[in-house]
Design a protein. Structure first.
Length: 149
């Protein structure tokens, strides 16, 4: 009987801290997607990275606007090895993320991220705005407006 009491007591303490995906707020979903986005990008995992995006996908940067209609279209123009070599890039990390606007199915997140070399030195830091939305049954990044090249 005592062990049953201990187990039930632990469940009472643990269960309130467990959040089901459908109980998360839009803001929590957006931040989780951004974590997945960064992890996939740093792992150079194209499939996982594409899984964090919605298409068509918009990127505003380098003085232009790019709209990729499909993952295949985006992948045809992006290569992790080429990106790493061009910028002497090893990995990136969020420095800050601030929810600036949100609704039930869309969240705008002002972010600052850094690109790093393999030795951990900073290449550069950039401000960006990410639009994360709920579409087709999942959350994903719809658009990015960045000061990064």
């Amino acid at each position: 009987m005592r062990s049953l009491f201990v187990v039930l007591s632990l469940l009472v303490l643990i269960l309130p801290t467990v959040t089901r995906a459908d109980e998360m707020t839009p803001e929590e979903h957006a931040l989780r997607v951004l974590d997945e986005f960064m992890a996939a990008f740093n792992a150079r995992d194209m499939d996982a990275w594409m899984g964090t995006l919605h298409f068509p996908h918009v990127r505003i940067a380098s003085g232009g606007t790019r709209v990729d209609a499909t993952p295949t279209e985006m992948q045809a123009d992006f290569d992790f090895a080429r990106f790493a070599k061009r910028f002497d890039w090893d990995h990136s990390a969020w420095l800050s993320r601030e929810i600036v606007q949100s609704g039930p199915e869309k969240v705008h997140v002002a972010v600052r991220f850094a690109r790093y070399r393999k030795d951990g030195s900073v290449i550069a830091e950039f401000d960006s705005l990410y639009v994360v939305a709920y579409r087709a049954g999942r959350w994903g990044v719809v658009a990015r407006s960045s000061f990064a090249p």
